[in-house]
Design a protein around this ligand. Structure first.
Ligand SMILES: *Cc1c(COP(=O)(O)O)cnc(C)c1O
Length: 402
């Protein structure tokens, strides 16, 4: 029985359709047919959290006082571990009391930040393509999202000069993310200086998502927003343990930066959650203190997969520049094919799951995102199936049997 007198709040009705839904359905159907799926769709790292993290979690689990409500704002020792890690990486000092806040994953904080600062109708600047939370969070908060369309020609970098003056004047929050999910693009330090100057000039709250702080290759070191002089006066930066430490299911992240901005987020969170299970905070603390050798090993793993996949795709006609960071390959669809059609036909013909670029906004149309979340032997199998199904750049037949 359906309740015809009840309907979801407008904030849910205004959310764009969930592109993954149809893909999920087809994935389920393919699995039922016994197809051996190679799922490179989600940004969900394969493998376990590091051994020392597991040991710390098990030990912490046996401490009775860890089982009650944790402090709202996170344990003092996790906050101290966050600011020490931040200082070690970026040479910037932060106050663990007011300039760092643990989160139940950065997705939670990114969305709640919008709820803490956005009134219905407020303008929020978001690149397109973007990590969906960067626009879906503001939409839930009632924002008018102004999409900044990115292009391959501009190396997927935001063109600040192209933002209309009246939009810049109205904007309240600006979300951005380099190294970028989904494009894998990185931004030079000068870009960070420009966006900080822009946000200061127009008095915009600047939100940087540095999810891929550690997943960088070939000697490249991603820039942190707070390294830029003046950034802390207007901005915050979100971090997560999900990707670097294979802890996506643990739900631990944090935000650092301007204390006043963080205070708004803390206030809304105090009304919604009780913070992170103390056991997980102890584990996360351990992760942030792991020697660099761990991170180097993670980097090597993704770099090997990146090289393997991109070299293999080159043999099939794809000329894709190797991203300097992230765990994604951003792949153009064969000419004339939409991202949904291409992703669906790849799934049907090969059992390989990739994410259509339009899931990340209109600016992602014409591309699909491949996550490097399988070992090279599985990537080899995926490439072999592409070859057998004659899936190549340019030469793919345009008809999509559905
Ligand atoms: C994966 C990802 C996150 C991680 O979110 P959590 O909620 O911390 O797991 C955040 N931002 C971007 C850009 C991501 O790709």
């Amino acid at each position: 029985m359906t309740l015809d007198w009840i309907s979801p709040a407008k904030r849910l009705q205004t959310l764009p359709p969930y592109v993954f839904a149809r893909l999920d359905e087809l994935k389920a159907r393919a699995r039922e047919q016994g197809l051996d799926l190679i799922d490179l769709g989600m940004g969900n790292p394969d493998g376990s959290a590091p051994e020392p993290v597991l040991e710390a979690a098990i030990a912490a689990l046996k401490v009775p006082t860890n089982h009650g409500y944790p402090p709202f704002e996170g344990t003092a020792s996790f906050r101290a571990a966050i600011t020490s890690w931040y200082h070690r990486r970026y040479g910037v000092n932060l106050d663990p009391e007011s300039e760092a806040l643990p989160l139940l994953g950065s997705k939670e904080g990114l969305t709640h930040l919008a709820l803490a600062y956005i009134n219905p109708g407020d303008v929020v600047l978001v690149p397109s393509p973007a990590y969906p939370v960067h626009f879906r969070g503001p939409i839930i908060a009632g924002a008018k999202v102004h999409s900044l369309i990115l292009t391959a020609e501009n190396n997927w970098l935001i063109d600040l000069a192209a933002i209309p003056e009246e939009i810049a004047q109205q904007a309240k929050i600006f979300y951005f993310n380099y190294p970028s999910n989904p494009t894998g693009a990185t931004a030079p330090r000068e870009f960070f200086e420009e966006i900080v100057a822009f946000a200061r000039h127009y008095e915009i709250l600047l939100v940087h998502d540095l999810c891929y702080a550690e997943l960088a290759f070939d000697g490249y070191q991603p820039t942190s927003l707070l390294e830029i002089p003046g950034a802390k006066e207007i901005g915050v930066e979100f971090h997560t343990l999900s990707k670097t430490y294979n802890m996506a299911g643990w739900r631990v992240g944090f935000v650092v930066g301007n204390s006043q901005i963080i205070q708004g987020l803390r206030t809304i969170k105090t009304n919604l959650d009780y913070g992170i299970f103390a056991v997980l905070q102890t584990a996360a603390e351990t992760a942030l203190q792991l020697p660099d050798a761990y991170v180097n090993q993670v980097q090597d793993r993704y770099r090997r997969r990146r090289d393997f996949l991109i070299d293999g795709l080159a043999e099939l006609g794809w000329d894709i520049p190797k991203p300097k960071a992230t765990m994604y390959v951003w792949m153009p669809c064969p000419v004339g094919m939409s991202s949904t059609d291409f992703a669906l036909s790849v799934l049907q013909e090969t059992g390989v799951v990739v994410t259509p670029g339009n899931a990340f906004g209109d600016g992602g149309e014409g591309y699909v995102r491949v996550s490097l979340i399988a070992e090279c032997d599985r990537l080899a199998e995926a490439l072999q199936r592409f070859k057998e199904a004659n899936i190549r750049y340019q030469s793919l037949p345009l008809a999509v049997p559905l």
